[in-house]
Ligand binder design. Structure first.
Ligand SMILES: [Zn+2]
Ligand SMILES: [Zn+2]
Length: 148
């Protein structure tokens, strides 16, 4: 599916009007395989010139509508990633593992890896769960030593 079609469909699916700023922000998020901070997004948008307040408001709307989700990555900086295409449920963000690469410092959504169920004691009741693994991502793996 071409990116522009995906953007149009994602916004429509979540009941959002396809304003130019929403299209731009979503395009940036969809074009990267890893999570982005609002600073990263601002930089990607470049001189297109979106003021910060509008950007924050757009990200909040996206988050509320389940277009994107927050990625907890062991820093204080909030990163966002787009939700997978088939995701219409807001609960989606709870259900997959994130992976922080110590080499490239990017945090990836592993949508295909579900967080395993955790049994809690007594009257503990979880409201959200985040599972962050860290290590070396597949792009940063040292290449295989050449066979002699
Ligand atoms: Zn990496
Ligand atoms: Zn994710």
């Amino acid at each position: 599916m071409p990116l522009t079609t995906r953007i149009t469909e994602t916004l429509a699916q979540h009941g959002l009007r396809a304003t130019p700023i929403r299209r731009q922000v979503l395009q940036v998020l969809l074009s990267k395989p890893y999570a982005l901070s609002s600073n990263d997004i601002e930089q990607e948008l470049g001189s297109a010139g979106i003021d910060r307040i509008t950007l924050y408001r757009t990200l909040r709307t996206f988050e509320q509508q389940g277009v994107i989700h927050r990625v907890v990555d062991a820093t204080d900086i909030i990163h966002y990633a787009s939700c997978s295409v088939d995701c219409t449920e807001h609960a989606h963000h709870d259900n997959h593992v994130h992976f922080k690469c110590n080499a490239c410092q990017h945090t990836y959504c592993l949508n295909q890896v579900a967080i395993p169920p955790v049994v809690l004691p007594g009257r503990f009741q979880a409201q959200r769960s985040d599972l962050l693994l860290s290590g070396i991502c597949n792009k940063c793996q040292p290449s295989q030593p050449a066979a002699h």
